[in-house]
Design a binder for this molecule. Sequence first.
Ligand SMILES: N[C@@H](CCC(=O)N[C@@H](CS)C(=O)NCC(=O)O)C(=O)O
Length: 198
Amino acid sequence: MMKLYWAPRTRSFPTLWLMEETGQPYERVLIDFSKSAQKAPEYLAINPMGKVPALKDGEATLAEAPAICAYVAERYPQANLAPPPGDPLRAKYLYWLFFGPGCVEPAMVQVATKVEMNPTAAGWGDAQRVFDVLDAALNKGPWILGESFSAADIVIGSGLNFAVRLFKMVPARPSFDRYIDACAARPAFQRAGAIAAG
Ligand SMILES: N[C@@H](CCC(=O)N[C@@H](CS)C(=O)NCC(=O)O)C(=O)O
């Protein structure tokens, strides 16, 4: 059974949502920040960054929430969380899966810290551009790939929920509201939210 290392109210949320979407059994291993368990040698052997989430699947271990999403989606193809290789939708799936950590995450950090960057040099350009691109993509909907829900929605939907709803770092837009509502209506999202609340 896969083991998901997690902590409440952290970036573990997308991976909890992911595991709940698969319908497969998994073991949750709580990493207790109050005891610095994320820096314990046995945990650093799983994720040398000393951060949650991380996943163990037999001999395989990995961290970084979007990578866990990609891995689990492939391990459980019956969950239909990723267009298979050869499907034209696969291109956009990979694009949005990487757009999360490559563009949305740094844009959120930039909004929070107000650090000015040269938009030509910054890989994400600037926060305005990132959220404009997302707005345009989500106007089509209902999901980031159109009709089919995928692990890319878990990455992008978790990021937007965090930035727009929970921390109000980014102004709401009609497309964001509709999309976050659609994500939040999924039973797996709700189960993950209850777990992540601790
Ligand atoms: N890039 C990582 C970020 C993970 C991360 O920053 N986790 C934070 C909680 S949200 C953490 O574990 N912090 C504990 C620490 O740094 O000691 C991912 O996307 O999974």
